[in-house]
Design a protein around this ligand. Structure first.
Ligand code: C2E
Ligand code: MG
Ligand code: MG
Ligand code: MG
Length: 278
């Protein structure tokens, strides 16, 4: 094939950009009525205790089945929903659905008192003035012990409006809800900063786990993160375990829990209940 000229490249680039903008606009339009039209679903990825191989809980992950756009993944629409503000009603929908489903999981004979369901929060939600009030009211109206609930927040969230966010997270913690720092290692946390964060759990990002069995440096880095978390008395969860040997290595390193396709992909409500029974 002949090489493309710069002019052709620029043309291709702007076509791509135009298509991307068009896609974003479609997503914005489709988001507006998606809740009312019942297009969202929560799926549940089991969290596994590495020492016992038992399910300790799950992470709730949003799925969107749009009749016009097809299946849209959260990495594509959550950031758009944050910009448009749709994340606020959507975030409330997520909390309500998660609590409702959690009530059912907690009735399951194989589930014990320590079962914990993690809900992802976005910064826009926490910045809302009445967020913790609304959340804790919903928990109060349910039969759920707050100990059975965890929230996951990302590092980027922590640098936003630090004092306000720390206060909000501490209000949740005082009520008994635990806080996990998601995707740890991908953001900006310095060591001293980590010490000050109002968190209970550290989730090591998938990108660090990927190479731990092949690459000595990746392996030592995860070891160091686990030691660090132990110093701050944080529970450690590893994300993205795809192979048995990764689970074994992490267990030897002292990692408490893990999530990943090796154990289970995110499951529908029904499939998660079946998984609990097995
Ligand atoms: P996250 O919170 O870090 O969630 C973990 C992501 O990794 C999920 O992608 C999950 O399906 C995927 N994953 C789990 N195990 C494996 C594995 O072994 N290999 C690989 N390659 N991937 C694995 P998902 O569901 O597409 O979610 C992407 C991100 O979207 C989440 O990252 C989270 O930041 C956001 N998100 C998802 N659901 C919600 C929600 O209800 N609310 C908010 N605010 N954000 C959400
Ligand atoms: Mg998460
Ligand atoms: Mg994560
Ligand atoms: Mg991640």
């Amino acid at each position: 094939l002949p090489k493309k000229t710069d002019k052709e490249k620029i043309c291709l680039y702007s076509q791509e950009l135009a298509m991307q903008i068009q896609r974003e606009n479609h997503i914005k339009q489709a988001l507006v009525n998606a809740i009312i039209k019942n297009e969202f679903e929560l799926v549940y990825q089991p969290k596994i205790d590495l020492a016992t191989n038992k399910i300790t809980g799950a992470e709730a992950l949003i799925r969107w089945h749009s009749p016009t756009l097809g299946f849209v993944m959260p990495n594509e629409f959550i950031s758009i929903a944050e910009h448009t503000g749709d994340i606020l009603p959507l975030g409330t929908w997520i909390i309500k659905r998660a609590l409702h489903d959690l009530e059912v999981f907690l009735q399951h004979p194989k589930v014990d008192d320590h079962f914990c369901l993690a809900i992802n929060l976005s910064v826009t939600q926490i910045l809302e003035k009445d967020f913790t009030g609304i959340f804790l009211d919903l928990v109060d109206q349910s039969s759920i012990d707050p100990q059975n609930i965890q929230v996951e927040v990302t590092e980027s969230l922590m640098i936003e409006d630090t004092q306000w966010i720390h206060n909000q997270l501490n209000i949740l913690r005082q009520a008994g809800i635990s806080v996990a720092l998601d995707d740890f290692g991908t953001g900006y946390s310095s060591l001293s900063y980590l010490r000050e964060l109002p968190i209970d759990v550290l989730k090591i990002d998938r990108s660090f786990i990927r190479d731990i069995t092949q690459n000595q440096e990746a392996n030592m880095l995860v070891k160091a993160i686990i030691h660090l978390a132990q110093i701050f008395r944080l529970k450690i969860v590893a994300e993205g375990i795809e192979e048995r040997v990764q689970a074994e290595v992490l267990n030897d390193m002292g990692c408490d829990e893990a999530q990943g396709y090796f154990f289970a992909k995110p499951l529908s409500f029904n499939d998660f209940e079946l998984r609990l029974a097995s």
